[in-house]
Design a protein. Structure first.
Length: 207
C-alpha cells in the first residue's frame, strides 16, 4: 500500500511541477502525536496547500488574523472550514489529497474516536462534490473504514480483493525470506513456516 501511495504522489508531482495541480499528502503514524488525528491531518494539509497558492495563503491568513486576531488557537471545525474554502476557491488548478495508512489513526479512545472524526471529515469533503477535488486514501480494510467507504462504492477500490495484489504480496514475502541475508541461516522448513504464517496474516489483513 505504501508503494501504491508513493506512485500516486510521484505521478501527481509531475502535474504539480507543471502548475497543473496542487498536491498535499499526509501519513498517519501511531508513534507521532502530530500524525494520528484529524487536527494533525488538517494542519498539515492547510500548510502544504497555502504554500502552493497565494489565494490559499490568503484564506488561512484571514482565518488567523481576522477571525481570531492571531490571539487564539482555531478549533478543528474552523480548520476544516478553512480547508473547504480553499477547495471551493475559483480559478485554481485541481487539488489532489493523498492520505496514507488511515488504519493507523486510533480507533480506541474518545467518543467519537480520532478515526471517527477523520472518517467524518472525508465524507464531508466527498459530499462537497467538487469537480476540482481528488482524494486518494490508502488503508487496511478495518471494519469501520470499510463500512464508511462502502457508502462511497463508486469511488473506492479494494486492492485486498484483487488476486494480483495478494500474489505480489506473497511473492515479496517469499523473496525476503528466501533471499534475505539474515534468513539464510534458517533451514528450509523454518523459512516455509514463516512464509506460511506471514502469507496467512496478509490474507487476513493483519500486519
Amino acid at each position: 500500500m505504501v508503494s501504491s501511495s508513493s506512485t500516486v504522489i510521484e505521478n501527481i508531482s509531475a502535474l504539480q511541477s507543471d502548475g497543473l495541480a496542487s498536491l498535499a499528502f499526509f501519513y498517519f503514524e501511531i508513534e507521532d502525536d502530530q500524525k494520528k488525528n484529524r487536527r494533525g491531518l488538517l494542519s498539515s494539509l492547510l500548510v502544504q496547500l497555502s504554500d502552493q497558492s497565494d489565494s490559499y495563503c490568503g484564506i488561512i491568513s484571514y482565518l488567523y488574523s481576522t477571525i481570531y486576531d492571531g490571539s487564539a488557537v482555531p478549533s478543528d471545525d474552523a480548520l476544516a472550514q478553512c480547508l473547504k474554502e480553499m477547495f471551493k476557491f475559483p480559478g485554481q488548478p485541481p487539488v489532489y489529497i493523498v492520505v496514507d495508512a488511515l488504519d493507523k489513526c486510533h480507533n480506541t479512545t474518545g467518543m467519537p474516536s480520532p478515526r471517527d472524526e477523520v472518517l467524518k471529515l472525508v465524507v464531508d469533503l466527498v459530499n462537497l462534490q467538487l469537480p476540482s477535488l481528488r482524494i486518494c486514501i490508502t488503508s487496511r480494510p478495518e471494519a469501520d473504514i470499510s463500512r464508511v467507504f462502502g457508502s462511497l462504492t463508486s469511488l473506492s477500490v479494494s486492492l485486498h480483493e484483487e488476486s494480483g495484489q495478494m500474489q505480489e504480496i506473497v511473492e515479496y514475502i517469499e523473496s525476503v525470506i528466501n533471499e534475505g541475508p539474515m534468513t539464510q541461516r534458517w533451514n528450509a522448513a523454518e523459512r516455509e513456516l514463516v512464509i506460511e504464517v506471514l502469507t496467512r496474516k496478509a490474507q487476513a489483513g493483519s500486519t
